[in-house]
Design a protein around this ligand. Sequence first.
Ligand code: NAD
Length: 373
Amino acid sequence: MVRIGILKERADRRVTVLAPAGVERLKDKAEILVQRDAGRSAGFTNDAYEAAGGKLMGSAEEVMSGADILLSYDHHYDGEELNGDKTFIGVFNFLWMPEQVGRYLHPGVTVHSLDLIPRSTLAQAMDVLSSVGSISGYQAVLLAAERSLATVPMITSAGGTLRPAQFLVMGAGVAGLQAIATARRLGAVVKAYDVRAASKEEVESLGATFIEVEGAVDDSNGGGYASQQSEAFLQKIRDRIHEEASKADVVITTARVPGRKAPLLITEEMVMGMKPGAVVVDIAAATGGNCALTKADKTVMHNEVTILGPTSIECSCAHSTSFLLSNNYVAFIEHLLKNKEVDADDPILRSTLVVRDGASVNERVLALQTAAN
Ligand code: NAD
């Protein structure tokens, strides 16, 4: 029987990628080795893992040497000695860190990175980026509401009426749409912008106003991903966004382009034009940020505007994020175990496979490595 190991994440991650319910689902197909306290900061006890059929191990080394498949969120293999063939499964974001692939180029090592899952119906249950995006969008709104000097809903009280907060959401993918839905539930008036014209309908269906700027390169055939826009078009957007940002109490930015630095959408000049007490939450901070003043994982105060750049905001809701990730990982592992050999024709395994027996094999990652050299 194959042995699957769950590694405990770094302290600031707090999540786990296999909850006890996931162990329960996999226990007939694999022996599950759980590093002690792997789920603790996400609210899953060691007892719960044991009750689900997992075997507790004292250290990461024990899990590494005992398991054939090693699961983590983004625990990067650090050259620890390996015995036998190992498959690492995680969300390694090699599109933004192609140089990290080098760590895994050892005979017998295979790596699947789940952020490379294709956006297909078949792979939907494994889509970790959607899970992380949903929680990130939700959390970004709560963070903004907490930091804002103004309340979000309209409140009528003895002292008068507080008007609803104005939110501006940049990027209407999974995270942006969840931010819009959450802000609307709290009673905010929301405007949103995305380069993909297809997102207009989704934005409007959530009760927000879509900001239309003509002249975008719409990548309808890009597998659901946005393409890089021209500098002239980005300037046209900036003029319109400048106007909208000056009216907003909260700006949430979520725009990303896979494998590239996040597009700059909120310039310093725009921040200078914002209201005192306004808040920017830039959840594209991990890939450079959409706001010129964003500093990863720091709070920046500029002209009385607060700019937050959380890089792992999904981890602050660790239990819920772990629940979703666990379901994604189980769906992927079930798919992997069905295909003993990585079938070159299987679109899911072909897309996620980055290292095979110590060799770098992923076309998208290889193209980035070549471009960097
Ligand atoms: P993402 O995280 O890659 O990017 C976030 C958003 O930023 C995207 O909507 C993108 O268009 C937008 N963006 C990029 N550059 C921009 C710019 N310069 N200005 C404004 N916005 C910009 O995107 P995502 O959340 O992964 O979702 C992208 C699409 O994929 C969505 O349509 C989503 O519904 C779709 N999707 C499909 C599936 C599936 O079919 N299984 C799963 C998840 C997402």
